[in-house]
Write a protein that binds this ligand. Structure first.
Ligand code: KIV
Length: 273
């Protein structure tokens, strides 16, 4: 079959694909992406989902946090990623304050869906449940993001591991159940102990994607710059430079995908107790 025909036959992953993978116990790898060239590289090497994350504030715009990122920024990068990919599920972040009211959430989610997103992601627990319901009722699929929420960095007093006390761990579990009940079809959980992430993954029927959350979640996500070891400044304990051990970008991505699928990544040294 010619390459053109192969491409035409490639079917884009939907949220149902990830739900089936969870049911079958198949782990999947996801990455952030912001531009066409890297998005195509990730798509060609079996990355299941690409997130146009507001982490672009850090890694693309060179800022200290994600707060200055706008809906237009995310929409621009979503168009770039969508245009270059055929297989991966495309999820776009609703940035800081863009879902402060239901009206804003719906309008801004529509902008991101029109730019090519298949789902939007928003940070928050019980307080965003009404917003999730309102988006889902209007046919916008939602991924919720709990644990460490970078948009709340100043409220949380820095980038810290969440859910350390029993009380906090219980709160995170409650939040996970609440966002699922509100209609979220996917959950990202960031920087929590392995134990908390395991409990959340087992309690939910929707797929749970971890970052700094240990090996027991259904999927993993990394900021792409961390995978290549090119992030400036602080290198998080949970990230791994796959380029060092493989020597080229294609193999680094392929190794990440297979290491996640086979349960080799994240290892104990990338996880929090
Ligand atoms: O913005 C982002 O890249 C994210 C990931 C870290 C999950 O939210």
């Amino acid at each position: 079959m010619s390459k053109v025909n192969e491409a035409a036959l490639k079917k884009r992953i939907s949220i149902s694909t990830l739900h089936k993978m969870k049911q079958r116990g198949e782990k999947f790898a996801t990455l952030t992406a912001y531009d066409a060239s890297f998005a195509k590289l990730f798509d060609d090497h079996g990355v299941s989902m690409l997130l146009i994350g507001d982490s672009l504030g850090n890694v693309v715009q060179g800022l200290d946090d994600t707060l200055a990122v706008t809906v237009d920024d995310i929409a621009y990068h979503t168009r770039c990623v969508r245009a270059a990919t055929q297989g991966a599920l495309i999820v776009a972040d609703l940035p800081f304050m863009s879902y402060a009211t239901h009206e804003k959430a719906c309008e801004n989610a529509a902008t991101l869906m029109r730019a090519g997103a298949q789902m939007v992601k928003l940070e928050g627990g019980e307080w965003i449940c009404d917003t999730i319901r309102s988006l889902v009722q209007r046919s916008v699929p939602v991924c919720a993001h709990i644990g460490l929420m970078p948009q709340s960095v100043h409220l949380m007093g820095g980038y810290k591991v969440q859910g350390k006390s029993d009380e906090d761990a219980q709160r995170i579990l409650r939040e996970a159940k609440a966002v699922e009940a509100a209609g979220a079809q996917l959950l990202v959980i960031e920087c929590v102990s392995q134990k908390v992430a395991k409990a959340v993954t087992e309690a939910l029927s929707i797929p749970v994607i971890g970052i700094g959350a240990g090996p027991d979640t259904d999927g993993q996500i990394l900021v792409m710059h961390d995978l290549f070891g090119i992030s400036a400044g602080h290198i998080p304990k949970f990230s791994k430079n796959f380029l060092t051990e493989t020597g080229n970008m294609q193999q680094a991505v392929a190794r990440y995908v297979s290491d996640v699928a086979e349960g080799h990544f994240p290892a104990a040294e990338h996880s929090f107790e």
